[in-house]
Design a protein around this ligand. Structure first.
Ligand SMILES: Nc1ncnc2c1ncn2[C@@H]1O[C@H](COP(=O)(O)OP(=O)(O)O)[C@@H](O)[C@H]1O
Length: 258
């Protein structure tokens, strides 16, 4: 069965050790609606009308991890604004801006675009009213601990970080073996562009790992997906987690208004 091949881990900042939950316990629980009961106080209704709680999500996954598909499913279900760092950069290039011109040089070489361009670009997009109203799903950012820190300093903190982990052998089989040097930002390929020294080789990471090393101060859910897990099975796990999170956020709002 497809779902049997999917491990699900939740790591919170207070409990950095992941605890693996069984798929049956996750699938077994009923999802609760967030219907308003007529007994809610007036203040609650006013508070809710003023600002509905939304989700703020960061998602990371190596190429071929199925991230694109999951992003589509998540944004559709939760009505979030999908903000992909790569798309923002490509839009700058198309618009012919100075940032776009500079970014292009790095992108063509397969390197990370410098932080002074990417950070402000993402920050500006997150500051748009639609991101605030609908919530957001940030994709492809951060790719280093300094990017994570920079955004946090601007006050943008995700509720959850979703990590789609694909075992090494499947990734290599599926696509290229790209690796990031977290120190220099240089991208290598384990086969076609190997690192120059043993020292560099020892610290290379897949890009997603750069975020893991930055210790996000938010809940982290890692979905370890092997080749046979269907997109529906993966989404069922993510959906369960997000529904729970949203209920918690809205529950907190309720108790504050009561
Ligand atoms: N957070 C980021 N920081 C720096 N550069 C980025 C970032 N996100 C995207 N880029 C640049 O844009 C390119 C395209 O990104 P993306 O659309 O996510 O595709 P890919 O998965 O092939 O990297 C990357 O190769 C990189 O040069």
């Amino acid at each position: 069965m497809a779902c049997c091949s999917l491990n699900f881990q939740v790591v919170s900042s207070s409990n950095p050790k992941p605890s693996t939950l069984s798929t049956s316990s996750l699938f077994g629980r009923r999802r609760c609606g967030i219907n308003r009961s007529p007994s809610y106080s007036k203040s609650l209704v006013l508070a809710s009308a003023k600002k509905q709680e939304t989700l703020k999500i960061m998602i990371s996954g190596a190429p071929a991890s199925g991230k694109g598909t999951q992003c589509e499913l998540i944004t559709k279900k939760y009505g979030l604004v999908h903000i992909a760092a790569g798309d923002l950069l490509r839009a700058e290039i198309v618009a012919g801006t100075e940032n776009g011109r500079r970014a292009k040089e790095y992108m063509e070489k397969g390197q990370l675009v410098p932080n002074e361009i990417v950070v402000m670009m993402v920050k500006d997009r997150l500051s748009q009213p639609d991101s605030d109203e609908k919530g957001w799903l940030l994709d492809g950012y951060p790719r280093s601990s300094s990017q994570a820190t920079a955004l946090k300093e601007f006050g943008f903190q995700p509720d959850i970080f979703i990590l789609l982990e694909v075992p090494e052998e499947i990734l290599v089989e599926r696509v290229v073996g790209r690796r990031l040097d977290p120190v220099t930002g240089k991208i290598y390929h384990i086969k076609y562009s190997p690192p120059e020294t043993e020292e560099i080789a020892a610290r290379l990471t897949q890009r997603k790992a750069a975020f893991e090393h930055s210790s996000p101060k938010c809940r982290v859910s890692a979905f370890i997906v092997d080749g046979s897990a269907s997109k529906e099975a993966v989404f069922a796990h993510i959906d369960r987690e997000l529904t729970k999170l949203l209920e918690q956020k809205r529950g907190k709002l309720k108790s504050m208004a009561a």
